[in-house]
Design a protein around this ligand. Structure first.
Ligand code: FES
Length: 166
């Protein structure tokens, strides 16, 4: 009996439409790779090598061009072996936040969730990462949770954040 190897398709019709709809806003197809990667990661919580190839095909680029964009952003884009949790949490550790307890906050949050910075909880609920200035220094120590910035400067605020991430 012949073996069939089914390849997962990452770019659904909806994702393809979303990516192509953004094209008029970008000067080149290469520039469109960044929002395409964002959309894929938002959907799957990681970017698989197959998705890189599919984006390249869609945009008529070489896979290496998409990979270039992805690797330029370092660990921002996750791979299948280290996907993002449902919540992506950044704890700022730049100087203003650090002086208000940012480093300690990162340590305490990770300890309470049983992970190290950069890791995801076993239940896949939260990924906690150290970040540089999040542009909201007035909220020091500042935490970014799925796009929402908040000030976590008290035991009560820390407990509320942990509760949300569990
Ligand atoms: S230094 Fe933390 S948000 Fe700017």
């Amino acid at each position: 009996m012949a073996e069939t190897t089914e390849r997962k398709q990452y770019l659904t019709d909806e994702l393809r439409s979303q990516i192509l709809a953004l094209a008029p806003r970008y000067p080149t197809k290469q520039a469109l790779t960044l929002p395409a990667l964002h959309l894929v990661q938002h959907t799957y919580r990681y970017v698989a090598p197959e998705a890189i190839v599919e984006i390249a095909e869609l945009l008529e680029l070489a896979p290496a061009q998409v990979l270039d964009t992805m690797t330029f952003y370092g660990s921002f884009f996750r791979t299948p072996d280290a996907p993002l949790g449902e919540y992506r949490v950044w704890v700022c550790r730049s100087l203003p936040c650090c002086m208000c307890g940012g480093e300690e906050l990162l340590d305490r949050l990770c300890t309470r969730l049983g992970i190290r910075p950069g890791e995801t909880t076993a239940d896949g609920k939260a990924t906690v990462e150290a970040a540089e200035c999040l542009g909201a220094c007035e909220l020091a120590p500042c935490v970014w949770v799925n796009g929402e910035v908040c000030k976590v400067d008290s035991e009560q605020a820390l407990e509320a954040l942990i509760e949300r991430l569990r």
